[in-house]
Design a protein around this ligand. Structure first.
Ligand code: ZN
Ligand code: ZN
Length: 265
């Protein structure tokens, strides 16, 4: 366990993410989306700018999160700072706990009108590929990092558990948005435990009853437990949001200012 711990702490999440995105994006563009690549270039350019903004914000804030967690550990704040629990149990409990907090944070992004103004940028994409993965409004990074702090504070998690979480979750997050439809057997096996890419794609369907479902990030249980689980054949999904269907509302600048505009259908 010590060796794994030492190894994990040497992994840099930013480099890991860049490798994952490049790899999956190349596979998807070369093998699955070659013909439509040129038609989708405005979508790709807009998404790349949004990704850069979000990632820059996130790395700045991640440094802040780590500092806050170090302070909490010094002050003995949080469950794992009061009781002695083996590290591997801290990691497992930490992953489940971070996933649960993220489920509710994501749900809040849909139900609280102010947060939805920012989160809808992610949902506004009318075509789906790995470039959608980090198509977020840069200011949404504030809410995401706040959720990480709340989760870590209550359990007294250290930065290593957060890195574990990112390393388990990031490849799945990229897979959620790739332009590759997973075979049915994938849903019937892994999909019983994790949020399968097909299930997350339903979350990007234009019809609101589906947009407001399948909030889970890593584990499938929360949606089932809290009654937000919905199924739909992937072929029936129409991606995006009606109010963003117009190509003029798909540009980088429009999306950047969209939280401050009353976007009408
Ligand atoms: Zn969402
Ligand atoms: Zn998504």
């Amino acid at each position: 366990m010590e060796k794994i711990y030492e190894y994990i702490t040497t992994i840099k999440p930013d480099i890991f993410l860049a490798v994952m995105l490049t790899l999956l994006f190349s596979v998807e563009q070369i093998f699955f989306s070659t013909k439509s690549f040129l038609k989708r270039s405005p979508h790709l350019i807009g998404n790349i700018f949004l990704q850069i903004g979000y990632i820059i914000m996130n790395f700045g804030l991640a440094t802040f999160v780590i500092k806050v967690l170090d302070w909490a550990a010094n002050e003995h704040i949080g469950l794992f700072n009061w009781i002695s629990v083996p590290f591997y149990l801290q990691v497992i409990a930490g992953l489940v706990w971070i996933d649960l907090v993220n489920y509710w944070a994501h749900r809040l992004n849909h139900t609280w009108a102010l947060l939805w103004r920012f989160h809808r940028v992610h949902h506004s994409d009318t075509t789906m590929d790995s470039s959608t993965t980090y198509r977020f409004h840069p200011l949404e990074a504030l809410g995401d990092n706040l959720a990480a702090i709340v989760a870590a504070f209550m359990f007294g998690l250290d930065g290593t558990v957060l890195i574990f979480w990112l390393i388990v979750y990031m490849p799945l997050l990229v897979l959620h948005h790739t332009d590759v439809i997973m075979p049915k057997w994938f849903d019937k096996t892994f999909g019983r435990v994790i949020v399968s890419p097909n299930l997350h794609k339903i979350h990007h369907h234009q019809q609101q009853v589906f947009t407001d479902s399948n909030y889970g990030l890593l584990l499938i249980f929360w949606d089932k437990l809290f009654n937000t689980y919905k199924e739909l054949p992937v072929e029936e999904i129409k991606y995006g949001l009606e109010e963003f269907d117009n190509p003029e509302r798909q540009t980088f600048w429009y999306l950047l200012k969209s939280p401050f505009i009353n976007v009408k259908k």
